[in-house]
Design a protein around this ligand. Structure first.
Ligand SMILES: CC(C)(COP(=O)([O-])OP(=O)([O-])OC[C@H]1O[C@@H](n2cnc3c(N)ncnc32)[C@H](O)[C@@H]1OP(=O)([O-])[O-])[C@@H](O)C(=O)NCCC(=O)NCCSC(=O)C[C@@](C)(O)CC(=O)[O-]
Length: 463
């Protein structure tokens, strides 16, 4: 199983995104359980459930775990037993009873005659609790068998020590931290196997970028022409451009009016949809949010929650951007803390993907992209020739150039599905069309190499 097999399922059980063409189906019982948990526990970002061998074996005993080892104390007072097996979970009755048992503070459940389930505020902690609970079930089974053969019982840790140990090791942050090596191993294994979705920005070279292998192309913006006149022709571009079913086209939308204009265009458009994804954006600093979208962060989150819900209902995919996560041109204070709290539920639940979008203003664009990819981001934006920019970020360079990002990712062993030489030629071509210098240093170096090779092969053919 790889990331490409994963499905994003909406609240009504509809598949919103993901999966291979032959993999558009899912386990209804899993959906029933996970949906009930996410509805009942907004603090929970991830739930893990599988019929793992030791958890399943332990569950047949119809009892809860005991704190018999230091590691098990992460679960002190936070595991409940659901001692009622109501058959495969397909209905709301059984999933409702399960979430009732989970309550509002437990991180795990023993589901009698079924298996184990854990949850956490992050994917990492939920997975770590699952791995630890599965191992603890194994420990309990072995310890009880060994003790039982001598007519004894394993020694249970006293409440005071268990509580103290839980306080030190059972927090969400601890779960996230414990999972780091496991997560790093999974990422290392997956980077050889999987590709990165390569996206690019509005540079007008849509057809040619398709040729270089981009999977998503941001084609334009439905923003106010009073604010960004350069984008006022987006509707005309969408109406006239060709589409390739292998490529997803995306447009930037800041508010309801932008979505109305886009939906209106789609309704009137004959033939395949020219774009099927929207990109929403807010910012990590109040000053940038005001400068870019004329509202506060909270106002933008409220606005975007509504826009994204409408877009999903209309069958569109939605991605989200948080601008200025590293440095804000208007605020000197580093804004990292507010970034951590930004993807509040209203925004986070409504978008179907987050992507890395970097500029190279301080020469750190490529390092930032690589750092994000190492942390698990699998969607990266870039523009050939480093075109583009942001009118509300004074002094900012254009977007990070596709050519150097491809070079960096390929060197690190990631597969992008894109052809670097092809991208470099497109970057050179579009820069010439626009009468601009090619802003990609990697692109210029590749063009120089391609020109040299061309000359050499011409000379060879003359000989
Ligand atoms: C958000 C607004 C509209 C608020 O701007 P506002 O002035 O508060 O909006 P308003 O609702 O008061 O409307 C003002 C006028 O604009 C019209 N209007 C209003 N909305 C639209 C629309 N969607 N499409 C067309 N027209 C629109 C509206 O109809 C009205 O026209 P009037 O009645 O005066 O004739 C404005 O601030 C805006 O358009 N901002 C866009 C800024 C932008 O495009 N920035 C660059 C791209 S974002 C970016 O670079 C970040 C990203 C994604 O790349 C990631 C990163 O780099 O970090």
């Amino acid at each position: 199983m790889t990331v490409k097999d994963l499905l994003l399922i909406g609240p009504e059980g509809q598949i919103l995104e993901g999966g291979t063409p032959e993999g558009q189906y899912y386990n209804a019982a899993a959906f029933a359980i996970h949906h009930a948990i996410h509805t009942a526990r907004p603090d929970v970002d991830a739930a893990c459930h599988s019929h793992s061998i030791y958890g399943k074996t332990f569950s047949t005993l119809g009892r809860n775990i005991e704190m018999t080892t230091q590691d098990s104390c992460v679960f002190y007072n936070q595991v409940a037993l659901y001692d009622n097996f109501g058959g495969v979970v397909l209905g709301e009755d059984e999933s409702g009873r399960i979430t009732e048992k989970l309550g509002d503070k437990n991180k795990a459940l023993i589901l009698q005659n079924h298996g184990i389930l854990t949850c956490g505020e992050t994917i990492e902690s939920a997975v770590m609790w699952f791995v630890m609970l599965e191992r603890h079930c194994q420990v309990m089974l072995m310890a009880e068998a060994a003790a039982g053969s001598r007519g004894q019982r394993p020694i249970v840790i006293d409440d005071a020590e268990a509580s103290f140990t839980h306080e030190k090791t059972g927090s969400e942050q601890a779960g996230h931290f414990f999972a780091k090596p496991l997560y790093a191993q999974a990422l290392a294994e997956s980077k050889e196997r999987e590709g990165i979705d390569f996206d690019r920005d509005q540079s007008g070279a849509d057809q040619t970028s398709t040729k270089a292998g981009a999977q998503c192309i941001e084609t334009g913006s439905f923003v106010s022409p009073k604010w960004v006149p350069q984008m006022k022709d987006t509707a005309d571009v969408l109406k006239t451009m060709g589409t390739d079913p292998a490529v997803s086209h995306c447009v930037l939308v800041p508010n309801d009016k932008g979505l109305d204009l886009f939906l209106n265009l789609l309704e009137k458009h004959e033939g395949p949809k020219p774009a099927s994804e929207i990109a929403l954006f807010t910012a990590a600093s109040e000053s940038f949010c005001k400068a870019n979208t004329n509202c506060t962060i909270q106002e933008s989150l409220d606005r975007l929650a509504k826009v994204s819900r409408r877009a999903l209902d209309a069958g569109l995919r939605v991605r989200g951007y948080i601008s200025v996560v590293a440095v804000c041109p208007y605020e000197e204070r580093f804004v990292q803390r507010s970034v951590a709290t930004l993807p509040s539920n209203s925004y986070r639940w409504a978008v179907t993907r987050f992507a890395a979008h970097c500029h190279d203003t301080m020469g750190t664009g490529l390092s930032n992209v690589l750092a994000m990819v190492r942390e698990g981001v699998r969607s990266v934006d870039a523009a050939v020739g480093g075109l583009g920019g942001c009118p509300y970020s004074p002094g900012a360079t254009g977007n990070i150039d596709t050519e150097s990002v491809l070079y960096g990712l390929h060197k690190e062993g990631y597969q992008t599905g894109m052809d670097l030489d092809e991208a470099a030629q497109i970057g050179q071509w579009i820069s010439e069309q626009l009468g601009k210098r090619n802003n990609s240093s990697a692109g210029r170096a590749i063009i120089a190499r391609l020109n040299r090779q061309r000359k050499e092969s011409e000379q060879q053919s003359k000989l």
